[in-house]
Design a protein around this ligand. Structure first.
Ligand code: BG6
Length: 466
C-alpha cells in the first residue's frame, strides 16, 4: 500500500431491493425491481421479505462494525422516498429509515456511500409515462436527488448516482420496456432511456458539486474488462469495441461530459435515433463527476463474429470460455490480474481521478454446517483481488476504497437465494424464511483480519513518522 493507506476505505456493498424486504411497509410502493422479481416468485425468492434488513438494521450494522468496515455502500430505495415517483413531498417514514441507518453507521465509525438508484425506479412512473424512455423522468430523478442531498449531504460525503446504467440498457425489461416489442423498438427505447439518464445525471452532478464542493459524486459503472480470444486483430478490435461501447462510453460521459463518436456511430449504423434537445450538449459538458465507482467481477473474453453478423456490438461478438480460468457455477471467471490490468487502463484514461471499487465478489451455493460456512473460494477470490488492487495502487492508480459484493447474503438479481455472495450468511432459502439468523462465514474472519492488518500497518507507519 502507498501512503494513502491510512485513509483507505475498506468496505462492503449491498443494494436496497436485494436486502431490505419490507416492500410495502411505511408508505413504500412498488419499484420495477419488485415487479420483475414477482414475475419469478414461483421460481426463486422475490423482494417482499428478502433478507429482511429493514427489520435487522441494528444487528446488521453491529456486524459491520465487528467486521471492521470503514465504509458501507448501500442504495436508497427510490420508491421509499417518493413512492409513486411524482409526489410533491417525500415520504417521511422512508427518510427516517435512512437517517437511522446513516446515523448508526456514523456512530460505528463507518463512512456511508450512497447509491441513489440501483435498478429500482418507482413502478408508477413506468405506468405513468413509460419510465426513463420519457423526458419527464429527468425532472422526477432530479427532484429525488435534490431531496436526498437536502436530507443527507450534510453527513454523507460519498455519492453514486446510477448503478450499472449499461446493464439496464442491455436488459431493457429492468427499465420496464416490454419484452414482446420488436428488437428495433427495444433498442430505440433502451437507448432513449440511456440518454435521459445521462442528462439527468449531468444535472445532478452540477447541482451537487456547486453545493457540496468538498464531497464526491459519480456513477457506479459496470466495468467489463474485455480481452480478445486470440491475437487476431479482428478479435482485438471486437474486444475493444465491446469495452468502449459498454463501459467506457458510460465513464466518458460522466467524467468528460461528452458522448463519444464511436457510441453515436454504433447507434446510427443500427438505425437507432435518439431524440435530443439543443441545450443537452451544454448540460452534459457542465455536469461531470469528480470520482468514479466501478463494479468489477471478472474479465470477459470475446471473438469477433463481424464477418457473419452485423447489428449492435453484442451481436457481433461471441463470448468464449477460458478453460485455464476457474469460474463460478454461473460462469463468472476468476481472473484477479484482470483487475490490475483494468485499473491500469482507468488510470491511463482518467489520470489521478479517485476510484472506488463499488462491487467485486464471488458467488456460491452454500449451506450452514455446524453454524459455519467454509467459503474457501470466496476467501481466495477476495485475497487475490485485494493483492492485485494493491499492486495497481503501487502502479499509481488512485483507488481509495474497496467494497466487495456483498456484505451479507442477498437476493441475487438473476438467481434468488441460491447464488450467495455475502461474508455474512443468512439462514433462509428461496422459499423458507427459516430463522433469518445471521452467521459469520469464514470469509468474514478473513476480511476482518485484512482490515486489522492494514490498520496495524498504518499505526506502525505513523509511529515511524512515515
Ligand atoms: C451487479 C449488480 O451487476 O451484479 C448487483 O449491481 C448484482 O445488483 C450483481 O447482484 C450480481 O448479479 P446477480 O445476478 O448474480 O445478482
Amino acid at each position: 500500500m502507498n501512503k494513502r493507506s491510512s485513509e483507505f476505505l475498506w468496505g462492503a456493498s449491498t443494494s436496497a431491493f436485494q436486502v431490505e424486504g419490507a416492500y410495502n411497509i411505511d408508505g413504500k410502493e412498488l419499484s420495477i425491481a419488485d415487479v420483475r422479481s414477482f414475475k419469478n416468485s414461483e421460481k426463486q425468492l422475490d423482494t417482499k421479505v428478502s433478507v429482511d434488513h429493514y427489520h435487522h438494521l441494528e444487528e446488521d450494522v453491529s456486524l459491520m462494525k465487528e467486521l471492521g468496515l470503514k465504509s458501507y455502500r448501500f442504495s436508497i430505495s427510490w420508491p421509499r422516498i417518493f413512492p409513486k415517483g411524482d409526489e410533491k413531498n417525500p415520504n417521511k417514514k422512508g427518510l427516517e429509515f435512512y437517517h437511522k441507518l446513516i446515523d448508526l453507521l456514523i456512530k460505528s465509525g463507518i463512512e456511508p456511500i450512497i447509491t441513489m438508484y440501483h435498478f429500482d425506479q418507482p413502478y408508477q412512473l413506468i405506468e405513468k409515462y413509460g419510465g426513463w424512455v420519457s423526458r419527464d423522468s429527468i425532472h422526477d430523478f432530479v427532484k429525488y436527488a435534490e431531496c436526498l442531498f437536502e436530507e443527507f449531504a450534510g453527513k454523507v460525503k460519498y455519492w453514486l448516482t446510477i448503478n450499472e446504467q449499461a446493464v439496464l440498457v442491455v436488459a431493457p425489461d429492468m427499465l420496464g420496456i416490454e419484452s414482446n416489442l420488436s428488437r428495433e423498438e427495444k433498442l430505440e427505447r433502451a437507448y432513449q432511456s440511456n440518454y435521459h439518464m445521462w442528462i439527468a445525471q449531468a444535472i445532478v452532478y452540477k447541482l451537487f458539486r456547486q453545493k457540496y464542493p468538498q464531497n464526491f459524486i459519480g456513477p457506479a459503472v459496470s466495468y467489463l474488462t474485455t480481452l480478445p480470444a486470440t491475437m487476431n486483430s479482428e478479435d482485438m478490435l471486437a474486444a475493444k469495441e465491446l469495452e468502449d461501447f459498454y463501459s467506457f462510453s458510460q465513464m466518458e460521459v460522466a467524467l468528460k461530459g461528452k458522448i463519444p463518436k464511436y457510441f453515436e456511430k454504433e447507434l446510427e449504423n443500427n438505425n437507432v435515433y435518439v431524440v435530443q434537445e439543443p441545450e443537452d450538449e451544454k448540460t452534459l459538458s457542465e455536469g461531470t463527476a469528480n470520482y468514479l465507482g466501478v463494479n468489477w467481477y471478472c474479465t470477459t473474453i470475446v471473438e469477433s463474429k463481424a464477418e457473419k453478423c452485423n447489428g449492435v456490438i453484442f451481436e457481433r461478438i461471441k463470448r468464449v470460455n477460458n478453460d485455464h480460468l476457474k469460474h463460478t457455477d454461473w460462469g463468472w471467471n476468476f481472473d484477479p490480474v484482470g483487475l490490475r490490468y483494468g485499473l491500469r487502463q482507468l488510470a491511463d484514461r482518467y489520470g489521478d481521478i479517485p476510484i472506488i471499487i463499488t462491487e467485486c465478489g464471488w458467488s456460491e451455493k452454500e449451506e450452514l454446517q455446524n453454524e459455519r460456512v467454509h467459503d474457501n473460494d470466496r476467501i481466495k477470490y477476495l485475497g487475490e483481488h485485494i493483492t492485485q488492487m494493491e499492486l495497481a495502487i503501487s502502479d499509481g492508480v488512485n483507488v481509495i476504497s474497496f467494497n466487495p459484493w456483498s456484505f451479507i447474503d442477498l437476493l441475487s438479481v438473476g438467481d434468488g437465494m441460491e447464488k450467495r455472495y455475502g461474508m455474512v450468511y443468512v439462514d433462509r432459502t428461496d422459499f423458507d424464511e427459516k430463522t433469518m439468523k445471521r452467521y459469520r462465514k469464514d470469509s468474514f474472519f478473513f476480511y476482518q483480519d485484512i482490515i486489522k492488518q492494514h490498520k496495524n500497518l498504518d499505526n506502525q507507519k505513523e509511529n515511524n513518522g512515515d
